[in-house]
Design a protein around this ligand. Sequence first.
Ligand code: BV8
Ligand code: ZN
Length: 258
Amino acid sequence: MSDQTRDTYEQLALRLAAANRVCVLTGAGVSRESGVPTFREADGLWNKYRPEELANVDAFLRNPELVWEWYSWRRELIGEVSPNPGHYALAEIEQRVPQFTLATQNVDNLHRAAGSVNVVELHGNIMRNKCQKCGVVFKEGDPENEFVFEKGTLPVCACGKKGLLRPDIVWFGEMLPEDAIQQAWEEAGQADVFLSVGTSTVVYPAAALPFTAKQAGAYLVEINPNPTELTPLADLVFSEPSGEALPKVVAKLRELQA
Ligand code: BV8
Ligand code: ZN
């Protein structure tokens, strides 16, 4: 049967079954079906606030209470949501291919909650705090991560530099964690198949990963109900929610690998 007659889910399943290295980039869209708002859509997070007011260090130093209020609200929201079928499908694909890397721009921890193992957090993780001054990043379970925002209270680090604690998140104008972006570049450059899922592909350097993969010869797939800069370059486009498309691909992959 030629590619034209195979449905697109089967086309991607065949590519995944034959792949040695698979790399995925996810954005806020993959968590949308879990009830987590995206950033730039009609009901997105940025509509209430502008990024420059909140997701940058100047905003934090100018008005730490406002930034803490926003992140505490997001943290609470994320504490109440669960992974959706798209997250679980990505975790299952990881088990079914030899080498799999999931680079995520999301800070909501939902990929790990769904069972994904090789997750590269490009923009940090909202459940962790770090010190604005000494840079220490607190680990899961550290009391410094238990801070609950209340008006008039701001968490201070014990480092003696009177550093304010802040979410361990990469803000605009800040470098991404060196090891994370290096690993993502490497995997994108060697991927047989690269999936770009649920991202508007506007925030760099993460948005450069699918383009890098394509240039290096990867079979490029985009899963997004809306077109992006990447769409014209993709070998296969699923213009539908990731929570619907990915489980259909996994169902075909299970048949192929039965
Ligand atoms: C850096 C904080 C360098 C975390 C975020 C001009 C040109 C090019 C670059 C720049 C420029 N000016 C400035 C820059 C650099 C800047 C940048 O790229 N700006 C853009 C906006 C122009 N980048 C940076 O600042 C980065 N750092 O470059 O440092 C440097 C160099 C030297 C010295 C020092 C520094 C830092 C980037 C990280 C910024 N942090 N947020 C937080 O609060 O969560 S960015 C923010 O956008 C989030 O992190 C998010 O992950 C990221 C990307 O957004 P998406 O995830 O794509 O979400 P979005 O809402 O946009 O789109 C959702 C998509 O899902 C949509 O397409 C929708 O159709 C789709 N969708 C919806 N439902 C579904 C779905 N898809 C599938 N299924 C569904 N159901
Ligand atoms: Zn400190």
